[in-house]
Every structure is written in C-alpha cells, then in structure tokens.
Design a protein around this ligand. Structure first.
Ligand SMILES: Nc1ccn([C@@H]2O[C@H](COP(=O)(O)O)[C@@H](O)[C@H]2O)c(=O)n1
Ligand SMILES: C[C@@]1(CO)OP(=O)(O)OP(=O)(O)OC[C@H]1O
Length: 159
C-alpha cells in the first residue's frame, strides 16, 4: 500500500465583465476571474494537487492555455479528466483540503454547493472534501481585491 501527498496553488486576476466561478459554483459578485478557461482557481489548485501527488506534472502541461480546445473550458471537466489519469495509475483520493483566499465576497454560503460539485466529480463522500474561505486581512494584491487565490492538498492511496 502506497500513499502520496500533493499540493496545488492558483491565482487569477479579478476583473469586470467576467463571472466569478469557484468550485464550479457561480457566485454573485460585481467582478469575476480572468483566465483562458473559466478561471476557477479552486479547481485548478485541486487539479494541480492531484497531478502532483500522482507524479503527473501540472495542469498547464495537460491542458495548455495556448490550446483553443481549452478556451472558456469548464474546469470541472478538466478536473474529472485529470482524476481519470490519476486513477489509471491505481490511485484513489483519501481526502482533500483547500483554502480560497478572497477579501470579498463571503464564500461561506457557497461552500456546501462547491463540496457537492467536488463530491460528484471525484466520486467521494462530502466528508472527504474540505473547503475553507479566508480574507487576506486587506493586505497586498489579494487584500486589494485584485485577485483570488486558492491552495489545496490531496492525499492519495494506491492499494
Ligand atoms: N471570503 C471569505 C473570507 C472569510 N470567510 C469566513 O470568515 C472567517 C474569518 O476569515 P478571516 O480571513 O477574517 O480570518 C473564515 O474562517 C471563513 O469562515 C468567508 O466565508 N469568505
Ligand atoms: C486551465 C488553463 C487552460 O485553459 O488556463 P487558465 O484558465 O488560464 O488557468 P491557469 O491556472 O493559468 O492554467 C491552466 C491552463 O492551462
């Protein structure tokens, strides 16, 4: 039996005229995240943590931001595809934990829906998935609401 840990990080710029999508949930806000895909920083951090734990590189290698096929991509699809690659090697997720750093908006009301999406996409019970919201105490570019950051850790088991 093997276990492996992986870590992931992502940040996207907050701009006008974009939807704010985190954990596959569209959150009402006056700005959204800029990216080649839907710019879901939480799902990108989790995808990188998964790929990292399995020794499979990173999200940009699997889904290049120069490829037209990933323009405006739904990051839930990218996550499911990445986990399929991880599972091909015999790995399964034990649990994942994550933090979204957003000065605004308040994320707590949206976290149950994000957990439901992740549970569905990863075939896990919700109690194996944790998502936390933090402000950046008004410090730096996150505190000035120029962007939103996400961090994730994932534990995998191979029997
Ligand atoms: N965007 C956010 C930020 C924070 N929360 C919730 O507030 C708690 C306190 O956050 P601090 O950054 O002030 O320590 C945090 O534990 C979350 O429950 C949130 O929902 N959305
Ligand atoms: C998801 C991809 C691909 O559409 O694009 P972005 O939305 O720009 O996201 P990023 O976290 O910069 O990197 C991964 C990309 O290759």
């Amino acid at each position: 039996m093997n276990i492996r840990i992986g870590q992931g990080y992502d940040v996207h710029q907050l701009v006008e005229n974009r939807p704010l999508i985190l954990g596959g949930v569209t959150i009402p806000f006056d700005k959204g995240l800029l990216g080649h895909s839907d710019a879901d920083a939480l799902l990108h951090a989790i995808t990188d943590a998964l790929l990292g734990a399995a020794g499979l590189g990173d999200i940009g290698t699997h889904f290049p931001d120069t490829a037209a096929e990933f323009k405006d991509a739904d990051s839930r699809v990218l996550l499911r595809n990445a986990y399929a690659e991880v599972q091909k090697l015999g790995w399964k997720i034990i649990n994942l934990d994550s933090t979204i750093i957003a000065q605004q908006p308040k994320l707590k009301p949206h976290i149950p829906a994000m957990r439901q999406n992740l549970a569905a996409d990863l075939g896990l019970p919700e109690n194996c998935i944790n998502i936390k919201g933090k402000t950046n105490e008004k410090l730096g570019y996150l505190g000035r609401m120029e962007g939103i950051e996400a961090q994730a850790v994932v534990l995998l088991i191979q029997k």
